[in-house]
Design a protein around this ligand. Sequence first.
Ligand code: GCO
Length: 261
Amino acid sequence: MDLFNLKGKTALITGGTHGLGMAMAEALAQAGAKLVITGTTPEKMEKALAAYESKGFDAKGYLFDVTDEVEAKRNVEKITEIEGNIHILVNNAGIIQRTPAISMEISDFRKVIDVDLVGPFIMSQLVAKQMIERKEGKIINICSMMSELGRNTVSAYAAAKGGLKMLTKNLATEWAKHNIQVNGIGPGYFATSQTEPIRVEGNPFNDFIISRTPAARWGNPEDLGGTAVFLASKASDFVNGQIIYVDGGILATIGKPANED
Ligand code: GCO
C-alpha cells in the first residue's frame, strides 16, 4: 500500500479541531502523516489535541484566523520553522449562515465568503510558495453539495462553496506544472455539529435528506477518510482539479416520489 503511505509527510488541516476536519485528519494520521491543525477557539483546540493524543496521533495546534492574511502568513512561517515543511494542506475551516436571501445582512454574507472562500485562497497561496520550491504538494479543498446545488437559506454558503469548486480548478490549472495537485472533496449530508440544527428529531429536513440520499442515511465523518488519504497521497499524482463527491449518491439522482420505496 505504498501508494497511500503518508509517512514523513506533514498535513496542515484548517479547522481540524472537530467534525469533518478532525475525521479527515485522523485518517491522514492513520496513513502515517504528522498533523498540524488550526483553530480559533483555545478550549476547542485543547480538547482536540487531547483527543488526537489519546489515539496516539502526532498533532500540533496553532490558533489563528485563516481570513487574516497577516496572521496566517506569520503562522505558516512559524509552523514551517518549528514543524518542518507542509506537504498536504486541507482547507477545511468553514462556517454556514442559514437565513433567507431576502433578509440576509450584507455583513453576514461577506463573513461567509471570507471564511469559506477567501480563507482557502490565503492559505493555498501561502503554502503553495514552499510547495513550488520543492516541486511537490497536495491541496485539498473541502467543498459541499452546495458547490452544485442551491437550497433555501444558504445563499452565501452556496456562493462560497461554488466559488471554492472553481478556485480548485483554477489553482490546479496554475500549479499542476509544479507537481502540486489541487483537488476537492464534496461531502454530502454528514452528521456533524454544523448539521445538528437540521437533524433534530421531528425536523422534516431529517427525513427529507434520508429519502433524498440513495444510500438512505446521513454520512459518518469517517466516510471521508479514504478519499482524503487518496487525494493526499502518491495515488493521486495525476489527478488535478477534480471534486470527488462523497455523498451517498445525492448528486447522481433526481430523487424519488414520497410513495416510492
Ligand atoms: C445545509 C447543510 C449543508 C451541509 C453540507 C452539504 O444547511 O444545507 O448544512 O450546507 O453543511 O455542506 O454538503
